[in-house]
Design a protein around this ligand. Structure first.
Ligand SMILES: *[C@@H]1O[C@H](CO)[C@@H](O)[C@H](O)[C@H]1NC(C)=O
Ligand SMILES: *[C@@H]1O[C@H](CO)[C@@H](O)[C@H](O)[C@H]1NC(C)=O
Ligand SMILES: *[C@@H]1O[C@H](CO)[C@@H](O)[C@H](O)[C@H]1NC(C)=O
Ligand SMILES: *[C@@H]1O[C@H](CO)[C@@H](O)[C@H](O)[C@H]1NC(C)=O
Ligand SMILES: [Zn+2]
Length: 241
């Protein structure tokens, strides 16, 4: 058995050598592309980021409850519109609505993207955009989500061509807290998606002191409930108070 196996190894080594050593440009073009763009922090201060991250948390209370079990909230903002308070304009929001809709992929980010599409293309709404104009509009919008996107949502964000992606609690923290996750960071998805030809700025770990508590109580009965909620008795779930 040894003899044919070593022949196979030699063939394999030769193949590896051929594919590695003789790439047409002598370097890996993919590695050259793997630079994530981060937002221009000067034009949008951290206090504005915090303002919208709090809105992503608050979307839970507006659309579901202040402490739903799947406490994932998203807001989508037009930062080019600085009319009014100068913080940017809310286009739409969404929260994880799997159990209320029966749609297993209705994560907060997907719900918000669907909602924005509906709002932007509504013939009776404020925007009245055609489908292709709505798609183009995403390139000028920023998505804020209170937890790092799963690979499905990170991919959806990249396919949407958002201008910016800003998240709070990291996937690492979610996993530590006991949440089941597909263990691919959104950074990895972003790095592998540069071939799409669109850029989405990446800004993570914003206001985690306020987002983390939304995900800490579900698997740890000693964790305090989010603001507006309490445990009816020791060890029970958080519910609106
Ligand atoms: C913006 O700030 C974040 C951290 O708050 C940093 O990681 C990033 O590099 C900054 N971006 C630029 C362009 O300086
Ligand atoms: C964002 O705001 C700018 C400036 O007001 C405006 O020109 C643009 O149409 C807005 N985008 C969307 C999708 O509303
Ligand atoms: C869509 O976003 C709007 C504006 O933020 C909000 O009023 C509405 O409740 C959202 N709809 C859904 C289904 O989440
Ligand atoms: C969370 O941290 C920010 C600074 O990053 C601070 O402004 C804010 O007050 C803190 N939130 C709470 C609830 O302590
Ligand atoms: Zn997701």
């Amino acid at each position: 058995m040894l003899y044919p196996l070593s022949i196979l190894s030699i063939l394999l080594l030769a193949l590896i050598h051929l594919t590695n050593g003789h790439s047409p440009h002598g370097h890996s073009p993919k590695k050259v592309q793997r630079v994530l763009s981060t937002p221009d922090n000067a034009s949008i201060p951290l206090s504005t980021r915090a303002y919208w991250m709090r809105k992503a948390n608050a979307a839970l209370g507006e659309l579901a409850s202040p402490c739903p079990f799947a406490a994932f909230g998203t807001v989508i903002v037009n930062h080019t519109d600085v009319s009014g308070d100068g913080l940017g304009k809310l286009i739409c929001m969404g929260v994880n609505s799997r159990t209320t809709t029966g749609n297993p992929i209705s994560h907060g980010e997907i719900a918000a993207i669907n909602n924005c599409t509906q709002i932007l293309t509504d013939v009776n709404g404020p925007y009245k955009l055609s489908g292709s104009s709505a798609i183009a509009a995403f390139a000028s919008l920023s998505l804020y989500t209170n937890a790092e996107s799963c690979p499905m949502c990170a991919s959806a964000i990249r396919w949407s061509g958002f201008k910016e992606y800003i998240f709070g609690t990291t996937i690492e923290t979610l996993v530590d807290q006991g949440w089941g996750q597909i263990d691919i960071s959104s950074k990895e998805v972003f790095e592998e998606s540069l071939g799409l030809g669109t850029a989405t700025s990446y800004l993570g770990g914003i206001l985690t002191n306020e987002t983390d508590p939304y995900f800490a109580w579900q698997f740890d009965t000693d964790s305090p409930c989010p603001v507006g909620c309490e445990r009816a008795s020791a060890g029970s779930s958080c519910a609106a108070s």
